[in-house]
Design a protein around this ligand. Structure first.
Ligand code: ADP
Length: 170
């Protein structure tokens, strides 16, 4: 597990995770950055996925290509909105859904943003606890079909919250 302070669209990994909404509409935050850099192809693939499967449940994920990005895939994970209830479990579900899709597509390196800690209003400490906890459980499970798991944090405060939580995990 690695923490980086960076723009997730610049990473040279097999898959990056988008902090998506249920309708897979890429507006602001991470989604907006991915759309600008990857090109409209990713939004088109999202629209196609939605036509076939309907809205993604909270805690679920969808996978598309990554357009012009260096990554091969974008995994669109849907986190909870703060106030929904059961936010930590839903964030863990979003992590697990993403890892499952990554495994199915032979992904060996994946980068996650601080899902729900932006527009969705979940405190960064809660996002950190849930996502790092889920990643630690995954690594401890010994399956580890995805050996490289990065958390890509965009601002100092979020990077600090994730660092402190990782310290607590030991
Ligand atoms: P959500 O709607 O799930 O809250 P956001 O995209 O609004 O998702 O924000 C999630 C986190 O991603 C926030 O901490 C935000 O600062 C961060 N973020 C925004 N742009 C980027 C980027 N280009 N790379 C990595 N993280 C980003």
């Amino acid at each position: 597990m690695e923490l980086m302070k960076c723009d997730i669209t610049e990473l040279d990994v097999d898959a990056i995770v988008n902090a998506a909404n249920r309708m897979l509409q890429m507006g602001g935050g991470v989604a907006g950055a991915i759309r600008r850099r990857a090109g409209e192809e990713v939004q088109r693939e999202c629209d196609e996925w939605l036509r076939r499967n309907g809205p993604v449940p909270v805690g679920g994920a969808a996978i598309t290509g990554a357009g012009r990005l260096r990554a091969r895939y974008v995994i669109h994970a849907v986190g909870p909105v703060w106030g929904d209830g059961d936010e930590e479990r839903k964030l863990r579900d979003a992590f697990n859904s993403s890892i499952r899709l990554a495994e199915e597509h032979g992904v060996r390196s994946i980068a996650f943003p601080a899902i729900s800690a932006g527009i969705f209003g979940v405190p960064r400490e809660v996002s950190a606890r849930a996502l790092l906890g889920a990643a630690a459980d995954y690594i401890r499970s010994g399956r580890c079909a995805v050996p490289r798991i990065i958390f890509c944090l965009y601002d100092d405060e979020t990077y600090r919250a994730f660092s402190e939580e990782l310290g607590r995990l030991g």
